[in-house]
Design a protein around this ligand. Structure first.
Ligand code: CO
Length: 134
């Protein structure tokens, strides 16, 4: 599969405002996008840090994917997202290579990006996203 590079790193946090301030203060990060997506259970922000991007994810409640992640793992690294030209083609290649997929078909992710997730068991414990910028 041809990967353009790492599109962003996803980080799970308890409090989005507090985390934004930390990234701004320590690394000079600027906010690219911010939105609360109740049907995905996240209060999220995309930050530009130099030439790269960090996605901060806070849960909107305990019974959400990020809420359950925080409950079991605590705050910290949540996923790595690789940029690809075609999410559907990437999924087909990943499936053909034997990777267990969370999303069998692309879906609309945060900030309108086309995304799909690969199961962490397929990538040595790292939840992995493939993303096509739109
Ligand atoms: Co992401």
């Amino acid at each position: 599969m041809t990967v353009g590079g790492i599109h962003h790193l996803g980080v799970a946090v308890d409090d989005l405002d507090e985390a934004l301030e930390t990234y701004r203060r320590l690394f000079g990060a600027t906010v690219e996008h911010r939105s609360t997506v109740f049907d995905q259970g996240v209060d999220a922000a995309s930050l530009l840090v130099g030439a790269d991007r960090v996605e901060l994810l806070a849960p909107t409640g305990d019974d959400t994917p990020v809420g359950r992640f925080l409950e079991s793992r605590g705050t910290g690294m949540h996923h790595v997202a690789y940029e690809v030209a075609d999410v559907r083609a990437a999924l087909a290649e990943l499936a053909a290579a034997g990777a267990e997929l969370i999303d069998e078909v692309p879906r609309v992710g945060l900030f309108g990006l086309e995304v799909a997730f690969v199961h962490p068991d397929a990538v040595h414990g790292v939840l992995t996203e493939v993303v096509c910028p739109v």
